[in-house]
Design a protein around this ligand. Structure first.
Ligand code: MG
Length: 287
């Protein structure tokens, strides 16, 4: 539409000129426009918001740009990387195929090669076919080796438990963004206790322990909580979600949901890679 309007205006202005001059001017304007569009597409992603609600029980806005940035901790070179699954684990991805995953009612649209799966940007987030209650999850991810974008636009994905509770996946190596959105954050709620990110392209591990929320007689009696270990560094220890994750908002437990759900990996338009994904259901004591 923008191009069309400019074209009409240019035709009027050059009506008395020769077709040759008209074409030269047209090409010049189109070139200028395309440069403008390129700049618009490459515009920096915001590093925070102050028009968002205050997080209950905290003094920060959701995605507050002034919230302290977690300290950097250099992880050991390996922790649970390539860890073989325990005998009672469900192998969700062994490097060969996406048979345990889907995209809604469709097959998962990500590609598999060289022992990893990779987000095909725009193909959609994927979910496990199986549902899980309280669990221990292991996965490994790599952000793109070639750094593109900034803030939330750089190496973004997510482990979205039940499609509701997000543990953020992001390239947080030298990448300024809001604290509650960096790698390992309980997105929009708690920043990680540390930034244990590795360099872009390196394989990194998440070990996540999650307890599902519970309701009784329509009333929430237990909030979801999570423990996250990133490359061997504890980011959260049994921290509660105030409700399902929201972008620029705060969730709640008004809507009861099943005590089990799928594990979702987010397509946030970056070619993120995942490998070695397995999960164990947690039992109860004395059972
Ligand atoms: Mg994300």
């Amino acid at each position: 539409m923008l191009t069309c309007l400019c074209w009409v205006e240019l035709r009027k202005r050059t009506a008395l000129n020769s077709p040759d001059i008209f074409m030269k001017k047209a090409l010049l304007i189109l070139a200028t426009l395309s440069v403008g569009v390129s700049f618009a597409q490459a515009a920096d992603a915001p590093i925070g918001y102050t028009d968002t609600p205050i997080i209950p029980g905290q003094k920060w806005h959701v995605h507050d740009p002034d919230r302290p940035i977690p300290k950097i901790v250099t992880p050991g070179t390996t922790f649970s990387h390539s860890a073989p699954a325990p005998s009672d684990a469900v192998i969700l991805f062994d490097g060969h195929d996406l048979s345990k995953w889907k995209n809604g009612n469709k097959p998962a649209g990500w590609k598999v090669e060289n022992g990893y799966m990779e987000v095909v940007p725009g193909s959609g987030s994927i979910q496990t076919r199986e549902q899980f209650g309280d669990f221990q999850l292991h996965l490994e991810f790599a952000t793109p080796h070639k750094v593109e974008g900034n803030s939330q636009g750089r190496g973004n994905s997510g482990v979205i438990i039940y499609g509701k509770y997000e543990v953020q996946v992001l390239d947080s190596w030298n990448n300024r963004t809001y604290a509650d959105g960096q790698a390992g954050a309980m997105y929009g709620h708690r920043p990680p206790l540390a930034n244990a990110s590795m360099v872009p392209g390196a394989w990194q591990s998440y070990d996540i322990i999650f307890e599902a929320p519970r309701w009784k007689d329509g009333k929430n009696i237990k909030k979801a909580n999570v423990t996250v270990i990133h490359n061997g560094v504890v980011l959260h220890h049994k921290q509660e979600y105030p409700g399902p994750t929201r972008h620029r908002g705060v969730g709640n437990y008004d809507q009861e949901h099943a005590p089990k759900g799928p594990i979702q990996l987010q397509d946030h338009s970056n070619p993120m890679r995942f490998r070695n994904i397995w999960i164990r259901s947690l039992g109860n004591y004395d059972e």
